[in-house]
Every structure is written in structure tokens, then in C-alpha cells.
Ligand binder design. Structure first.
Ligand code: SF4
Length: 252
């Protein structure tokens, strides 16, 4: 019996990703975009036109990762002048850091100066989170689930999802926040003991995404708080989520 278990373990090999801080995602992943410095005004106009999410604007030409659906239509329409790299490190505590400008190829990061002091002092070794799906389509939720699986295993850093907001240090919001969930979200937030953190995970949570103008979306809660972390992606990758949280709770 013991021998057969050992042989199964051997066949499976190592399941977990050894170092999540250095892990890379293969080419083909749609991560942080780079806008070529030689993009022409005509190509800029085409990119604005094809973007279904209103994530691109001119004057100056800017791609807002908080609105981007990562469909890469703008990349096709500009012959690759807008290129999506495989850089998954896109989480930040500064909304403006998600505005990608022409010719800029810098990593997106968290600014420790903007992080509330209690976040470093209380949560750097353990962080329990309550996830609230507020009108989500289950894509971001599935990726957040994956963050705790045997491969990503965010529990190794003391980061876990818990069932009750009473046991949580903060909430992770997914989805555009529909009216049906607005009150539930407010109640959940109030049930979390202070100090608490708020994380917006995915394009829909950060900006409402393609649903932002829908009459059934109610984003008053999100508009009245200052989120501690924005995790872009549609859906966000577990590595974006985990590394974003680690950058937030641990001073580099
Ligand atoms: S990838 Fe983002 S910016 Fe480009 S067209 Fe799609 S939604 Fe718009």
C-alpha cells in the first residue's frame, strides 16, 4: 500500500509552484500591455474605435487597464503597435498606475508609501479574506479559487479565504456590483472588524467593465470607499492576485 502511494506521488511529480514571486507565465498570456512609441494618430483613432470597453482614449493616448477586457482587438487593429506582454504583475494600490501611456514599458507596482500603516503591521504574516461576488460571471471567482489550490497555494503565505466576514480582515470584490448585491456587499463590509482592507479583483470590479452603464449596476459602495488594491485582468490571474497582495502587506 505504502509503496503504491509513493509511486503515485512520484508519477505526479511536484505539483506546487516553488517560488510564486519569480514564477513566469508563458508567452501568449495577455498581461501588461505596451504601446509602441511609433503608433500613428490614425492607428490611435482605430484603437479607440474598436475597443468595446471604452478603455482607450486620446489626448494623450492612454489605455486604462482598469477598464480593459483583454480582448486584444486593439492589438489586431494596430498591427501589434499595442502589444500584450506576459507580465502578470499588474496589481497596484494606485488607480492611476493602471493608465498605460505610449512608449512606457515599466512594471506596474504597489507604492508602499500609499499603503496604510496598519496593513503592514497587522496583516504581513496572515490575511483572511471574505470574497464577495457582486454580479460576477464566475470567471474571476474561479481564478481566486485557483489561488488556493495545490499549484498556487497562497495559504503558504497565510493568505486564505474564510466563510464569514466576522473572521475576515478584508473583502475581495468581484463583478460589476449589481443592484441586487449592493446592500449585501455593504452589510458584509460592515461585518468585517476594523482595520479592514478592500481589494477589487478583475475589470468588472475595478470599473464596472462593459456593464458600467447598465441600469442594474449600482456602484455607490465602490465609489464611496478607497480600495487598498486593484487587481486587473479579465479574469485576473492567480499570480497577479497573490503577488499583488504580498506587495501590499509586506514592505519590500
Ligand atoms: S484589449 Fe482592452 S484596450 Fe484593447 S480593445 Fe480590448 S478592451 Fe479595449
Amino acid at each position: 500500500m505504502a509503496l503504491s502511494i509513493i509511486s503515485i506521488f512520484r508519477r505526479h511529480g511536484r505539483q506546487y509552484i516553488k517560488d510564486l514571486r519569480k514564477a513566469a507565465i508563458p508567452e501568449g498570456f495577455r498581461g501588461r500591455p505596451v504601446i509602441s512609441a511609433d503608433i500613428s494618430p490614425e492607428e490611435e483613432k482605430i484603437a479607440v474605435t474598436v475597443c468595446p470597453a471604452g478603455a482607450i482614449c486620446t489626448g494623450p493616448f492612454t489605455l486604462d487597464l482598469g477598464k480593459c477586457e483583454f480582448c486584444i482587438e486593439c492589438s489586431f487593429a494596430t498591427a501589434g503597435k499595442i502589444r500584450f506582454t506576459n507580465d502578470h504583475r499588474m496589481a497596484t494600490n494606485l488607480r492611476e498606475s493602471l493608465f498605460i501611456k505610449t512608449g512606457i514599458d515599466n512594471p506596474i507596482c504597489t507604492d508602499p508609501e500609499l499603503t496604510r500603516k496598519e496593513i503592514h503591521s497587522y496583516f504581513r504574516h496572515a490575511l483572511k479574506l471574505r470574497q464577495v461576488s457582486a454580479g460576477g460571471d464566475n470567471s474571476a471567482e474561479m481564478e481566486l479559487n485557483a489561488a488556493g489550490n495545490v499549484n498556487f497555494d497562497m495559504g503558504r503565505y497565510g493568505i486564505e479565504f474564510v466563510a464569514s466576514p466576522r473572521h475576515a480582515d478584508g473583502i475581495v470584490i468581484t463583478g460589476p456590483v449589481n443592484a441586487n448585491m449592493a446592500e449585501a456587499l455593504q452589510i458584509c463590509y460592515e461585518a468585517v472588524p476594523s482595520p479592514k482592507i478592500v481589494i477589487l479583483a478583475g475589470t468588472a470590479a475595478i470599473s464596472g467593465g462593459i456593464f458600467k452603464d447598465s441600469p442594474v449596476v449600482d456602484r455607490k459602495f465602490v465609489e464611496n470607499i478607497t480600495p487598498d488594491l486593484y487587481v486587473p485582468g479579465n479574469p485576473p490571474h492567480p499570480l497577479t492576485f497573490i503577488n499583488g497582495i504580498l506587495d501590499l502587506i509586506r514592505k519590500k
